[in-house]
Structure formats: structure tokens, C-alpha cells
Write a protein that binds this ligand. Structure first.
Ligand SMILES: *Cc1c(COP(=O)(O)O)cnc(C)c1O
Length: 221
């Protein structure tokens, strides 16, 4: 099967209220263009700022771009003019810099808070306590040009479905706590981004609103 067929097969299985981000990192721009032209799918995810900026510049303006990787503060400027959602905000320092760059670009940048749910230490993200401290910090409340839309998390890379389920459940729990503590009157704090090629079914069962699928669309499997 090619990526078009794999995408269409995936799309047919996914509830309409779950957004698919086609993770196109390390894939050439022409594959993105082809998927868009033949399916109309327009939401893509990238994890490197320069690569994302190059693809943005080379492709149609109709595409929507999510940033899903670790973002260094000196790279924000490459994506700030156009990025639709930064899914991987993992520190207050980064959020403050995104806000500054958003002001310079005269726009509001939607963001998700990446939360650490995996047992591996290598995955980036806030702990829930770090988020509470962020809310106690007055700098956080002065951010005018970022809009926090929800949370993102990555489960441990394991074949143990029970563990993955537990981790996704903890992310939804964090989301609910944040929603009730800080976002009760923010209707646009509504996203839980979880689920990749190997675990999206569990993620959807646990309440994901955004899945991020790379190899399940773009690779022969
Ligand atoms: C690469 C990547 C994905 C997609 O992973 P696949 O297993 O290829 O579907 C999703 N989320 C993040 C943060 C990634 O870096």
C-alpha cells in the first residue's frame, strides 16, 4: 500500500471528532504535497524548526502545521509566523520566548503543554507539579500572545498495552485537573494529543482528541 491508501484506511477507522496529524518529519515535501492533493488532508506535524520552515515555504499555503518536537528558544523565530499549534511546550522559559516572538509577529500562537507520562527518562515534558509552579509564577499570567489549548503526551515505547493505557489515562487525568483548576471558563482548552502509529487505538479509547501518525501513513509496513 502507498501512503495515500494507508491514510484513507486510517481515516476511515478514526472517529470524526479525532484530528489526525500526519507526521511528515524526515519525509520529502513532495510526499506531503501528494497526500494533500489526493486526499485533501491538510494537517501535518514536524519536529525540527528549520525543516518545518523549509517545507512551509515550498508548499501550498493551504496546509496547517503542528510543531511536535523539542523546540530550542533560538529556533522559535523560524516557525512563529505561521505555525498553527506548538504541541511540545515543556517549560515556562520556552513559553515566555514563544510569547515574545508571537508579539513580534503580531499574532497569538496556540500551544499544548507537553506532560511527561512515560517511564523513560528521555522524553521531554512537564511534571504536573511543574505545571502547578508555573501557575504560581506571575510571569505566566502576563503572557498575552500564547493560547493554551490542552496537553500532549507520549507513552512509553513498549508492547505492554496495559502500561500504555495507564499512561494515557494519567494524561487525561492531568488534563481534567488543569481544566477544573485553571481553565473552567476557557472553552478552547479542549485538546488531549496522544497516540502514535503503534498506540493510537488505545489513545482514542482513552479520550484522545489529536493523534500524531507518522510511519503508519508514510512507511511501508
Ligand atoms: C515521530 C513522532 C510521532 C509519530 O510517530 P510514529 O510512530 O511514526 O507514528 C508522533 N509524535 C511525536 C512527538 C513524534 O516525534
Amino acid at each position: 500500500m502507498n501512503s495515500i491508501d494507508r491514510f484513507l484506511e486510517l481515516k476511515a477507522k478514526i472517529p470524526a471528532n479525532v484530528e489526525i496529524v500526519a507526521v511528515s518529519k524526515n519525509r520529502p515535501a513532495n510526499m506531503i504535497d501528494e497526500l494533500y492533493r489526493l486526499t485533501g488532508h491538510s494537517v501535518f506535524g514536524e519536529n525540527k524548526a528549520m525543516e518545518l520552515a523549509e517545507k512551509y515555504n515550498g508548499l501550498t499555503q493551504s496546509l496547517h502545521w503542528h510543531f511536535i518536537g523539542h523546540l530550542q528558544t533560538n529556533k522559535i523565530k523560524y516557525i512563529a509566523p505561521f505555525v498553527d499549534l506548538i504541541q511540545s511546550v515543556d517549560s515556562l522559559r520556552l513559553l515566555i520566548e514563544i510569547n515574545k516572538t508571537a508579539i513580534n509577529n503580531n499574532r497569538v500562537i496556540p500551544c499544548l503543554l507537553q506532560i511527561h507520562i512515560a517511564s523513560e527518562e528521555t522524553k521531554y515534558g512537564f511534571s504536573i507539579d511543574e505545571i502547578y509552579s508555573m501557575y504560581d509564577d506571575k510571569n505566566f499570567h502576563e503572557l498575552s500572545n500564547v493560547s493554551i489549548r490542552g496537553v500532549m503526551g507520549m507513552a512509553t515505547f513498549t508492547s505492554d498495552g496495559q502500561q500504555i493505557k495507564k499512561e494515557f489515562r494519567s494524561l487525561v487525568q492531568f488534563y481534567n485537573i488543569l481544566k477544573s483548576r485553571y481553565f473552567t471558563d476557557h472553552a478552547d482548552f479542549c485538546e488531549v494529543s496522544m497516540g502514535m502509529t503503534n498506540d493510537y487505538q488505545i489513545a482514542i479509547d482513552e479520550g484522545s482528541t489529536i493523534i500524531r501518525i507518522g510511519s503508519g501513513i508514510f512507511d511501508e509496513r
